[in-house]
Write a protein that binds this ligand. Sequence first.
Ligand SMILES: [Zn+2]
Length: 402
Amino acid sequence: MSIFPAEIVAQDEDGPPTPLLTAARTARLISLAQSLLRMPTVNPPGNEAVAAAFLADRLRDVGLEARTVPCGDGRASCVARLRGSSSRTGLILTGHLDVVPTGSIPWRHPPLAGTVDGDRLHGRGSVDMKGAVAAMVDAAITLAEAGDSLRGDLILALTAGEEVDMRGAQSLASGGHLNGASAIIVGEPTGFDLAIAEKGSYRLDIAVHGRAAHASTPHLGANAIGAGADLVQRIEALVPSAIPHPLLGTPTLSVGVIRGGSAANVVPDWCEIEVDARTIRRHEIEGMLDLVRATAEDLAQARGVTFDLTYSGFPPVETAADAAIVIATAAAVRSVARRAPEILGARYATDAAILAPMLGLPFVICGPGDPALAHQRDESVPLGELAQASAVYEAIAREWLA
Ligand SMILES: [Zn+2]
């Protein structure tokens, strides 16, 4: 461990490098991140309860009000609150405990081992986003141990289920566990740039019902796969024509799955299609669905089939670039990482898609690590960025809650 404090230094150009964190704090941060990486929370199925309990214990030890909030079999989030001294509104730091599957190709370092090699921490979730969760917890422990009086509450929302259905964020927000805050920091990897908008993200499930017949007499049936294939081609031509969003670009529709039929010698009476839709403005999804439905109705008439369309997902969310939390986060990044962060849009959805509208709060996504490594084999994060993240989260909390 002794190499880390020397490597993790503030990038101060005037004068010799100074350690960003103390040696003891650096060791605690890395150990927290390694412990989380070694807990198998691959989703599905998730099994985040063990990680949530581990963090709740750790935070309770230093005086936070911390508990787990169950959201299914073996599933739980951790919510913790460091009480402020007055009625000033609080700050939510949020990250998720689940990770995506590790894939079938072997990794250079085992994905669930939390290996430190040189100046990087390796493993599934090192970037997305157990590294950031460890940094948030480390910042909260630091603030609790310092005992300086913060006027508002620091609230940690460490969620289950973000990678699949965001059930953890849902249950924390609807259960009133996050009340009393005025802004949200999401620690997804941005390399310390600030993402202040994210695309809406939806899945459309389309079922095609046809009529079966012997394949030697196809004119007696209604081919569900043929109708489904026609619909797929037309959906791909339905390029949404919205004016591009300055941070999010344009909306998209993409067909991801098609399945159907039972045998080559039977005219298929069923077909299922799954479509991904990404939107840039609230309520835009309704217009997209109208287009898909109108196209399906035309085809239904022509081909003698019926279509059922259902959808689920999250609307786009956005924070104003001049919002106080954006300015405070940018200032923290400048003072810790010594660089001016860029303002970006995120093409993926985070727990902010649930938390921002449910709580009515502005959000900023800012975290350690290269987002291009998320969900990839050999995911890893520089130890220096973990240390910077802990210092950034501490700085934002001090500023927001002072
Ligand atoms: Zn993530």
